[in-house]
Design a binder for this molecule. Structure first.
Ligand code: SAM
Length: 234
């Protein structure tokens, strides 16, 4: 069973969003397992201090290496350790796919200014960022990463075609979706219909139309993906 082990100073934040909907149902069905380690349990003084000011001065506090290391050693991760960090490699669908190949992942969530560099280097952690912005902590970032991984596990999504056609498969963004009613009365009284082809019942034509839509969207919004798509489909 795929296990996500989280090392955090805020264990109460989990399962959070991961306890709902697709990921939550899969968790209940034991398709995956969430193991939370409270880093603060490894604090060494009665005040449960886990951080200290940075050497060299500067703003904020840094999480101490000995405490993180004790938390890691006690929880014996059998997987590489991912450190959620804005300095890391940008997370994407390809990384999610490679992470679910492993039986388990261990995710370390930073807080404050971050974690002492020595512990990151010692455990050869893989630093992963969820985007070019700074969050207050790694917990929300860890949830993003785990959610993207869990939905790729077998038997999590009802229909495997769903993942096959999703954005980033084949370097394309997904085509637009429409559902009932076929005529939508907007708040300002306009009647908006759906593309006719979708009610034609002609599966091959619908498939081609969707592919064209996906291509147009990708070309307009993500020239980087469009370039890769063209390269692979020459
Ligand atoms: N001082 C750090 C810097 O400038 O790079 C930011 C520290 S941030 C306030 C605290 C923690 O939030 C980080 O150690 C990291 O675990 C997490 N975090 C913040 N932004 C993130 C991002 N974009 N992706 C992943 N984790 C992030």
């Amino acid at each position: 069973m795929f296990t996500a082990k989280i090392l955090t100073l805020f264990p109460a934040m989990f399962p959070g969003a991961l306890g709902h909907s697709l990921a939550g149902r899969a968790l209940q069905k034991s398709i995956w397992n969430l193991d939370i380690v409270d880093i603060r349990n490894f604090a060494k003084n009665k005040h449960k201090t886990v951080d200290a000011p940075p050497f060299g001065g500067g703003a904020g506090m840094v999480i101490k290496p000995d405490i993180v290391s004790d938390a890691i050693e006690a929880s014996k991760p059998h997987s590489k350790i991912i450190f959620m960090s804005p300095r890391g490699k940008k997370f994407n669908q390809k990384i999610a796919k490679s992470l679910v190949q492993d039986a388990s992942i261990t995710v370390l969530c930073g807080r404050y200014e971050g974690i002492d560099q020595r512990v990151i280097d010692y455990y050869q952690m893989e630093e992963i960022s969820i985007g070019d912005y700074v969050l207050s902590g790694g917990e929300v970032a860890a949830m993003v990463l785990i959610d993207a991984c869990v939905r790729l596990l077998p038997n999590v999504m009802g229909n495997c075609d769903t993942t096959n056609e999703e954005s980033f498969e084949n370097n394309l963004l997904e085509y637009p979706h429409y559902t009932r009613p076929a005529i939508w009365n907007t708040p300002d009284g306009e009647k908006i219909t759906i593309p006719e082809i979708l009610t034609s019942g002609h599966h091959k034509k619908i498939k081609n139309w969707r592919l064209e839509q996906a291509k147009n969207l990708t070309k307009a919004r993500r020239p980087d993906l469009w370039e890769k798509y063209n390269k692979n489909n020459k």
